[in-house]
Each structure stands twice: as C-alpha cells, then as structure tokens.
Design a protein around this ligand. Structure first.
Ligand code: ZN
Length: 590
C-alpha cells in the first residue's frame, strides 16, 4: 500500500438485515479537511438515484480517535483538518436491498454490489490508486462463498486475493473502482476464451442453464466483436455477472464486465432444440452490453469525460451510444452465425413497429430524447408513448439508415463499420470525448458525402425515416400489416381482474371521447369486460361502429361513446428477396 492510495474494505456485516459495512481510509487527507461523497447516479443508467439515501450510519476516526463528520449536502460529508500525515478512516453501514443491475443487494444467499452504491469518493483524490479488501460474511454458512468480478487481485500486496477468492483487489482510480461490480456467493461459473482473452460467466440464482451451450454461443459473439474493432481486445479479462430470477430483464455495461438480470427460463437448457425467442433475446442483451465495452465505456461522449457523479450529465448523443449499440447487438448475432437472416429481419421489424406505434416520435427528436433521458426516458409514465421517442429503438433505426446510406452510395465500400473503427481509433483509444458533430464529420470524411441534411432529419428532426426506400436496393422489402381489429387508440394493462387504460394515444378515438389513462374499464356496450374477454368483444366490432364504454375514474362511474377507427397498418414486416443481392450480402452476409 502506497501513501497515495485509498484503502477500502467491504464486508457483508449482516446479510439477513441486508447491511454492508464499508470503510474508506485516506492516507493523505486534504490539509483543509477531507470531503467524502457517494455518487448521485451510476454511469450507464441516466437517472439520479441518490445512492447516499441507503447510508444507515457513518462515522470517522483518525489515529483511533473519533473525528466529527459534518454532512454538507444529500451525499457529501466534511471531515475537519487533521494533523499532517494522519490518515482518516470513514466507516458506513449501507442498506442493500435493490435486486437490479444498478444497485446493491445482500441476503444470506448472495451479495452483489456496484461501487457507486458502497464506495465513498475521497474528493480531490479520484485519480489515486485504490485497494479493496473484499471480505466474506462471518460464519460457517458462508464458507463456500467466492467472488466474481473483473477487478484485478492486488498481486504483490500482502493479503492479495486469489482469482475468485476473498482478499485484496486493486483499481487504478476511483473511476475504475466503481466500474467493476462484484458478486459474492455460490454462483455457477464457466470460463471460455475469446481471441485469447479469458471470459467468465457467473450465474447467481437457481437455474438449469446449459453452460456449454451458453459459452459456445457467447464465444462466437465476443470473438466477432473483438475482431470487428480489431485485436487486441481492450480488456485483459471479461466477466458476465448474471442473476437469474423468475421474471426480470436488464443489463448494465462496464469496461470489463456486465451485470445482467434475466428470467431463468431465458437461459438455454440441456437438450434444447434450436433457438427459442427468450434465449435469443438473452443473447441479444449479452451482445448489447459487450458492444458497450467499446461504444460508451471507451468511445464516450465529451459530456462523460470525466463523469460528474454529483449531477445529471447532459448529452445529445445517447442515440449514438445506445442506438448504434442496439443496431449492432442483433447484427453481431447474425454476422457471427448465432441467428439466421429470418431472425434478424424479425427483430428489426419489431424495432420498426415499436417506434412507429409511439406518437412521441413525431414530437421529440433523438437529440432531445438523449438530452432529456434523465427526466423523460428514465421516468416513464402514462403519457410517455405520446411524448418520448426511444433513443434505443429509433437510435438503432438511425444507425441502420446511416449504414444503408453509406453502403449504397459507396457500393458497400464504406459502411457504419468503418465509422465505428475510426471512432475507436480517434476517441476510444485516446480517451478524447466525442463531440456533437464528430460522427457526422467522420462519416462524411470516409464517404465523401454531404450528410448535413441526413443528420438534421434523422437526429434533430421528427419525421419518419425513409426505411422502405433505403432497404429496397438491398433486396429487403418493408411492408406494413394491418391490425385485425378496429382501434380504440389505447394501451391497456391489467390490475388483478381489472382492465385499466395504461396509455390513451394522442388524437385517437378514446382520447377524443374523453377517456383518460388510469380509467378502469368495466363494460362495453352494456356487457361486463374483463381482461380476458375485452379483445374478444373488440374483435366482433367494425370500424366506424360507435361503442358505449363504462369506466371508473376516481371511483366515479362514467360513460363514453367511442367511434372506432379503422385497424391501423402499424406492424412492420421485413422480407428478403429470394434473388441474391450483392449489396445485401456485403451487409448482412446473406
Ligand atoms: Zn446499452
């Protein structure tokens, strides 16, 4: 341990009460008094979460004497000036009961944490190297626990951990420390190599995963991505930290690992035939988070260099970091041979459908959606479909449109692949942040095209993208299929046996008749409606029929006459021409 390093210790002090004990020792505190803070958010998930709200108690000591800490705002504590050369240790109890990829979770079966939830930042000493002593809970019950993390054991230090063991780990800075989530427990572990880089898959939770099938599929995807950006891979090891639950879905990217939450039924099982949709979507999630190893963890928007962990970090570019990543997640599955062309066409058509069914696309641009992620996309409510466009889904279509434009104009000589590799060389490998115009400038430089209008329309505009026209030269037809039933212009949800309006679409029949989100539908044309029967009732009606709907709002019974609209043509289908297309082959490999 050097004089400049920050020394952390974390211990699941009381698993049944979901309490970690975490300490932070600063060897050379600031002469005017050291400040400590917990982050307000976790990079990759653009919402203020105020992790300090889970601090149950905090105390400080120096030279075995207590030191008074003053809390100066919701997540910052101030220690007094100390005699020179005297280290200070701050110890917190932290409550951990958030089973998500963004927080920390502890019970007697396992522990999971992100550094943002547990490790105090010594303000002004963010670039100091860190040592972390990861300790097991006390007691024989936990003797089989081990550790999965992409943190490196602190080899050379006394008490260094062995791979997958407890003990000392190291990180080069605070930014690195909080970018390596840690799982402890009795997880299943499988290992594979991709382009010579060791990869771990650790699965927590009861499951019957066929680890051989999973690692074989992941290996193909990971190798494809490493070769896509060019060897050597930027990380020495990589860890997939998977938590399998009954029902769940989520992922968060890190520089050498990812935390994933999935349904145990999404995982492959021994003897499984083919590629069920649930497993295909789990592989898509893995592929997505892995692509972030380059795109957002190393190629970063300028606003994230460095992250400001105290407040929102505004950027208009999430469409590029999430949208381009969403475009390549499924494309990597196709181009690495894990899925077939028909799967990819189906997945892409689904994205087109999702975007098309959100009236918010006509109101908010991708740049605006990116900028307002903190207060809009990450805080969805009943009006989100009317107000917000997803920078994931429409961002993926923007990436598709850009790729097709570059490929068609250059006869496949230049593509988005080349743009990504230049971004990697100029920004990912240098640590410089990507400016607002850089992606356009690189695409123009490589292709010789003027893309001003393309970016104005696609990223800053709200008109639908001309996908039909762009796909056609590649032998892919976009067709719109009409719904089978007349439309009320609503999205419903169920609560118990009640049918509730989740969203009322702008300018649709229900809104025009006065229905509102939250209304509980009880009768249609005088007949009781239940979640199970509603669609059957609706299927027997014709466009232009007027129906009487009864609904409760604030427990008051209300009646509405709704004139149905024709079934909307809002389901996209993508069909590949049977004739070989040279352009398509260069793009999709089929
Ligand atoms: Zn992502």
């Amino acid at each position: 341990m050097t004089d400049t390093s920050i020394h952390y210790r974390i211990r699941p002090a009381n698993p049944a009460a979901h309490r970690f004990e975490v300490s932070c020792t600063v060897m050379a505190p600031h002469p005017a008094g050291q400040r400590f803070a917990l982050p307000a958010w976790i990079p990759g998930s653009y919402l203020i979460r105020e992790f300090a709200r889970n601090v149950l108690s905090i105390r400080a000591e120096a030279g075995r004497k207590p030191v008074r800490l003053e809390k100066v705002d919701k997540h910052t504590w101030q220690a007094p000036a100390l005699k020179a050369g005297r280290p200070i240790t701050v110890t917190c109890e932290i409550y951990a009961w958030d089973l998500s990829v963004r927080g920390a979770h502890l019970d007697p079966t396992h522990a999971f944490f992100n550094g943002t939830s547990v490790f105090l930042r010594a303000i002004g000493q963010e670039s100091s190297p860190c040592l972390v002593d990861i300790q097991p809970p006390d007691g024989k019950t936990f003797k089989n626990w081990r550790v999965a993390t992409a943190l490196e054991p602190a080899s050379g230090e006394k008490g260094s951990a062995k791979r997958h063991g407890f003990g000392l780990y190291r990180a080069e800075s605070y930014d690195a420390l909080i970018d390596h989530p840690v799982e402890m427990g009795t997880f299943s572990l499988a290992t594979f190599e991709a382009c010579g880089v060791p990869h771990d898959v650790a699965i927590t939770g009861r499951h019957d995963c066929d680890m051989n099938r999973l690692t074989a599929d992941l290996k193909r995807v990971c190798e494809w991505q490493i070769r896509f950006f060019g060897e050597p891979a930027p990380m020495r090891r990589y860890v997939f930290l998977v938590t399998a639950v009954g029902d769940g879905y989520g992922g968060l990217e890190h520089r050498a690992s990812t935390a994933l939450l999935c349904s145990r039924n999404d995982l492959p099982y021994r003897g499984m035939k083919g590629l069920p949709e649930s497993y295909r979507s789990f592989l898509g999630l893995c592929s997505h988070e892995y692509f972030h190893t380059w795109n957002v963890k190393r190629i970063k928007p300028a606003a994230f260099v460095p992250y400001d962990l105290d407040r929102e970090n505004y950027t208009t570019q999430l469409w590029a970091f999430e949208g381009i990543t969403s475009y390549y997640d499924d494309l990597a599955l196709l181009r690495s041979g894990v899925i077939e062309l028909k799967d990819w066409l189906e997945l892409t058509a689904k994205t087109i459908t999702n975007v098309h069914r959100s009236p918010g696309r006509l109101r908010q641009s991708l740049a605006e959606s990116s900028f307002d992620a903190w207060s809009k996309f990450y805080r969805p409510d009943e009006n989100t479909p009317n107000a917000v466009v997803s920078y994931y889904a429409k961002g993926a279509l923007a990436a598709l449109a850009l790729d097709l434009t570059l490929r068609k104009e250059s006869r496949n000589r230049i593509s988005l692949d080349d743009v990504m590799r230049v971004l990697w060389a100029r920004f990912g490998q240098t640590g410089n942040g990507v400016g607002d115009d850089d992606i356009r400038l690189i695409a123009e430089e490589l292709s010789g095209l003027n893309l001003g209008r393309f970016f104005a329309n696609t990223i800053h505009g709200t008109r639908d993208l001309p996908l039909k026209r762009l796909l056609s030269p590649f032998g892919v037809r976009l067709e719109w299929e009409r719904a089978k039933t007349a439309s009320l212009g609503i999205k419903t949800g169920t609560e118990g046996n009640e049918l509730k309006l989740a969203t009322v679409y702008d300018d649709g029949p229900a809104q025009q008749a006065g229905l509102a989100a939250g209304d509980v539908l009880v009768a249609l044309n005088g007949l009781r409606v239940t979640p199970a029967a509603f669609d059957k009732h609706l299927a027997r009606l014709n466009p232009d029929d007027t129906v009487e709907l009864h609904a409760f709002r604030r427990d008051e019974l209300m009646q509405f006459s709704v004139r149905l609209a024709p079934p909307p043509a809002d389901t996209a289908r993508l069909l590949a021409d049977t004739a070989t297309s040279i352009l398509r082959k260069g793009w999709l490999g089929h």
